[in-house]
Design a binder for this molecule. Structure first.
Ligand code: GUN
Length: 282
C-alpha cells in the first residue's frame, strides 16, 4: 500500500509559512509583495486558474491585480501593457495566462516580461538559468513536484527517474531539476519506443502527458514513487490524472492523487516566486 503524497496538506502548510513571510515583508517595507496577472479572452479553464491564483494571493496577503483584456487585443497592445508593468516598481511579479489567442505570438509576450518579474520562469533568461542551476525562480509545477519529494524525504540522488512528457513548462524543466538532484533521468515522449521498458525501471516516475489513466500498474516497478502531473477527465467526466491511481496504489511506495496532489502545489509555488521576486527587487 502506497503512502499518499498529500499536496493539499503540504500546500496548506507552505501557504501558512508564506503568509508569515509576507507579514514580515509588510512590516519591514510598508507594502505587500504584488502579482499582476494578465488574461486575454474568455477561455473558461483559464478563468478558473486565474481566479484560483487571486484567491491564493488574498489568502497569503500578497496583493494581486488581474488585467482582463478582450480576445481581439493586439500583440502590440499587450507588449505595451507588459512594458508598463515592467517599469512599475509596485509590481513584483507578472504572469500572462496561457494559452493566448492564436493571433498573438506567445514567445514574444513571455520574453518581454522582465526576467526579474517573470514568476512563471518561462522566459529565455530564466530557462537558461534553470539549465545552469543558477536560478531565482523555478517553473511552478516542476518546483512543486520537487518540494513534495523533499517534504516526503524522497531524494532523487542515485535513483532512476523517468519523466513522461517533454513540454517546456513541465517535462523539460522537471528533467533538469531531477538531474540537479543527482537523479539519473530519462525523458520519454510520444515517439518513445517500448515506453513500458523505461517506466518499469523508474524509482521515481513523473507523468505529464495529459492522457487519462494512461500509466497502469503493469507499467511501474514495485516500490516506485509515482508523481502524477496530469489533469484530465475520465470517461465519466470525473477529474483524473495520467496514472491509474487505484490500479497502481498497491504497487507503488508513494503516489500523488488527482486532485489533491501536484495541482495545489503549482499555485503555492507561484506565491513563493512572487515573494522571492519582491525580496530581490528591494
Ligand atoms: N496556463 C496553464 N498553466 C499555466 C501556467 O503555469 N502559467 C501560465 N502563465 N499559464 C498557464
Amino acid at each position: 500500500m502506497a503512502t499518499v503524497i498529500d499536496g493539499k496538506a503540504v500546500s496548506a502548510k507552505m501557504r501558512e509559512e508564506i503568509a508569515e513571510e509576507v507579514k514580515e515583508f509588510v512590516e519591514k517595507h510598508g507594502r505587500a509583495p504584488s502579482l499582476t496577472v494578465i488574461i486575454v479572452g474568455e477561455d473558461p479553464a483559464s478563468q478558473v486558474y486565474v481566479r484560483n491564483k487571486e484567491k491564493a494571493c488574498i489568502q497569503t496577503g500578497i496583493r494581486s491585480e488581474i488585467i482582463r483584456l478582450p480576445a481581439d487585443t493586439g500583440e502590440e497592445e499587450l507588449l505595451c501593457r507588459i512594458d508598463e508593468l515592467n517599469g512599475d516598481e509596485n509590481v513584483n511579479g507578472i504572469l500572462v495566462q496561457l494559452p493566448l489567442p492564436d493571433h498573438i505570438d506567445e514567445k514574444n509576450i513571455i520574453c518581454r516580461i522582465s526576467p526579474k518579474k517573470d514568476v512563471d520562469a518561462f522566459g529565455y533568461e530564466n530557462v537558461g538559468r534553470i539549465m545552469t542551476g543558477e536560478y531565482d525562480f523555478l517553473p511552478c509545477t516542476p518546483a512543486g513536484v520537487m518540494e513534495l519529494l523533499r517534504r516526503y524525504g524522497i531524494s532523487p540522488a542515485g535513483k532512476e527517474c523517468v519523466v513522461l512528457g517533454r513540454s517546456n513548462i513541465v517535462g523539460k524543466p522537471m528533467a533538469m531539476l531531477l538531474m540537479h538532484g543527482n537523479g539519473t533521468v530519462t525523458v520519454c515522449h510520444s515517439k518513445t519506443k517500448d515506453l513500458s521498458s523505461h517506466t518499469k525501471r523508474a524509482d521515481i516516475l513523473v507523468s505529464a502527458i495529459g492522457r487519462a489513466k494512461f500509466v497502469k500498474a503493469d507499467m511501474i516497478k514495485e516500490g516506485a514513487v509515482v508523481i502524477d502531473v496530469g489533469i484530465n477527465r475520465d470517461e465519466d467526466g470525473r477529474l483524473c490524472g495520467d496514472v491509474d491511481y487505484e490500479g497502481c496504489f498497491d504497487k507503488a511506495a508513494a503516489i500523488t492523487p488527482v486532485p489533491g496532489g501536484v495541482g495545489p502545489m503549482t499555485v503555492t509555488m507561484l506565491l513563493k516566486n512572487t515573494l522571492t521576486a519582491a525580496k530581490k527587487q528591494i
